[in-house]
Write a protein that binds this ligand. Structure first.
Ligand SMILES: *Cc1c(COP(=O)(O)O)cnc(C)c1O
Length: 395
């Protein structure tokens, strides 16, 4: 299907991408839950290892169930090929270790998933890889951070948890001029709502734990490449590092992707209603949602996103204490980290995920005391609003 010359819609692609032809004619790819594959003879094994024959050797290297899912995501992102990883962080670390050498430099969005920032600041720094963190929505800041040693510009957009949004087409120009690779974490939008490769990015990655799988039952990641050379290099490094996805998880993610188009539409519609509700609430100081005209990068969001997505951040007037009170009062929304599933999740970074960071470091990353992050699920939006209504009374 993905080889078809006929152009099909994004929802159709979600249903059909990556599905091939298999023995007995199943409509979904079989689960090849096997670590290894038999050779017909020593000659056959030798030819496979030399790359003279096409086939499977060992699941860390290649597996048909994993490949089917990888082809689906590569097709949705408009990339060449993809690499399924054990987690979003496995995808991110594989990209960094494939692209960076000691003495080189990375420019990264300030508003970025916490462990990504920690990986750069505390692990890559051990290998003398230097970094600069910037508000990447400010293109001058981004441009000025680039040095002659910069090899990677790493952008998460919308960024976690502030939803700060970066103009990817402009960031791609900056990367190109600097001869650096533009790597984009597209987890918050999914390829249904934003396709960075089409805007000039070199590499896209995801935590598939979130929207791509969508059902809060898998931890997985993926890297999408644009060309054969990059793919081949990344595949070698991933094979050495070993952070590959398991066939069963690949099957589950591929199954989740079938409804990605429908889910992103529903997430976006409900989140828009919730954002408007929250913006008019007297306990709420401000709301950040790419679909609101009050959103600081509204124009960029309109240009770059097919719909505004399922993530909302808002600030409670009552600060830290109000944040705690709302968290401890929700009944329908679930108090948990992670995002992008069918169920609505709520979390208060200052009292939980970013507590150990300290107030000063938090504020400089835009994580204020009353900031609440909401991952809007696909339930009836009235039920989510009713729950927030009663919880906000306690704020
Ligand atoms: C969750 C997340 C990650 C890390 O993914 P894991 O699957 O948890 O390793 C990276 N980036 C973003 C934006 C995330 O939300």
């Amino acid at each position: 299907m993905e080889n078809s010359k006929v152009k099909i819609g994004m929802d159709s692609k979600c249903v059909h991408a990556g599905i091939g032809e298999y023995e007995f004619g199943p409509v979904v790819p079989p689960i090849y839950q096997t670590s290894t594959f038999k050779f017909e003879s020593t000659e056959h094994g030798g030819a496979l290892f030399k790359g003279e024959k096409d086939g499977y050797i060992y699941t860390r290297m290649r597996n048909p169930t994993i490949e089917a899912m990888e082809n689906a995501v590569a097709s949705l992102e408009g990339g060449y090929k993809a690499l399924g990883c054990a987690s979003g962080m496995a995808a991110i670390s594989t990209v960094f270790l494939s692209l960076l050498k000691n003495g080189e430099h990375i420019v990264c969005s300030k508003s970025v998933y916490g462990p990504t920032a920690t990986l750069i600041a505390t692990v890559l720094s051990n290998y003398d890889i230097k970094s600069t963190f910037v508000n990447s929505s400010d293109l001058d800041q981004l441009k000025n951070a680039v040095t002659d040693k910069t090899k990677v510009i790493y952008i998460e957009t919308p960024g976690n948890p502030t939803l700060e949004t970066t103009d990817l087409a402009e960031a791609a120009k900056i990367a190109k001029a600097a001869n650096a690779k533009l790597v984009v974490d597209n987890t918050f939008m999914s390829p249904v709502l934003q396709r960075p490769l089409e805007l000039g990015a070199d590499i896209v990655l995801h935590s598939m734990t979130k929207f791509l799988n969508g059902h809060a039952d898998v931890v997985a990641g993926i890297i999408v490449t644009k060309d054969k050379e990059t793919y081949t290099h990344f595949r070698k490094v991933l094979n050495q590092l070993g952070g590959v996805i398991d066939p069963f998880n690949a099957f589950l993610v591929h199954r989740g992707i079938k409804t990605l188009g429908l889910r992103m539409k529903r997430h976006s519609e409900s989140a828009m209603k919730l954002a408007e509700y929250l913006e008019s609430h007297n306990k709420v100081k401000w709301v950040r949602y790419p679909g609101l005209t009050s959103f600081p990068q509204y124009e960029v969001a309109q240009k770059q996103h097919a719909a505004p997505g399922g993530m909302i951040s808002f600030e409670l007037k009552g600060g830290f204490k109000s944040g705690e009170a709302v968290m401890n009062s929700v009944k329908f929304c679930q108090l948990a980290v992670s995002l992008g599933g069918v169920e609505t999740l709520i979390q208060h970074p200052a009292s939980m995920t970013h507590l150990s960071m300290g107030k000063e470091a938090r504020e400089s990353a835009g994580i204020t005391d009353g900031l609440v992050r909401l991952s809007v699920g696909i339930e009836n939006v009235e039920d989510i609003i009713a729950d927030l209504e009663q919880a906000l009374e306690k704020a």
